[in-house]
Ligand binder design. Structure first.
Ligand code: T46
Length: 140
């Protein structure tokens, strides 16, 4: 699985009662490529603010916008990509070596993140120049 791909999860509903709504299960290893050790969510971010601006060395994550919308910018050795997350049945898989920026949070946006590891500040690359050097070194 590419480390910046959009995953489409199942939406389970009731055929008899369309108003019953949906349930989306996310189970390892059926729907995602790693076992979840941590869950966190980001909310209350104003639309003019940017979050992220870092990469990870080992961490695998799935980003799901469970309410509203948010724009995700990714940059890696594979190139640059922008994805708008606005559907709780879709998740963006972001593996190690991806610089990420989150912006254009809509009112009420809630970004849920499923992570493969516990929080570890030493896994972050927070300096962009260091990130560029890091991915060049990984390519060799
Ligand atoms: C990522 C994007 C999508 C913790 O104490 N525990 C945690 O599990 C996390 C994720 C953060 N923190 C602390 C560290 C900082 O003092 O919460 C504060 C805000 O974290 P940060 O500025 O890193 O938040 P974002 O929104 O820039 O980035 C977060 C994740 O940190 C990052 O791994 O990929 O969301």
């Amino acid at each position: 699985m590419r480390s910046n791909s959009l995953l489409k999860f199942r939406k389970i509903n009731s055929e008899k009662d369309p108003g019953y709504g949906y349930l989306t299960p996310i189970q390892y290893p059926d729907e995602i490529p790693f076992a979840i050790k941590r869950v966190y969510y980001i909310y209350g971010t104003k639309s003019n603010r940017k979050r992220g601006s870092h990469a990870h060395k080992k961490l695998h994550q799935i980003l799901i916008c469970i309410n509203g919308s948010v724009k995700i910018y990714l940059e890696s050795a594979d190139g640059k990509k922008e994805v708008v997350l606005n559907d709780p049945s879709k998740g963006l898989y972001v593996g190690p070596g991806n610089w990420r920026e989150m912006s254009e949070f809509s009112d009420g946006a809630v970004l849920l993140v499923l992570a493969s590891e516990k929080y570890d500040e030493s896994d972050y690359i927070r300096d962009y120049d260091e990130f560029v050097k890091y991915i060049k070194k990984q390519e060799k």
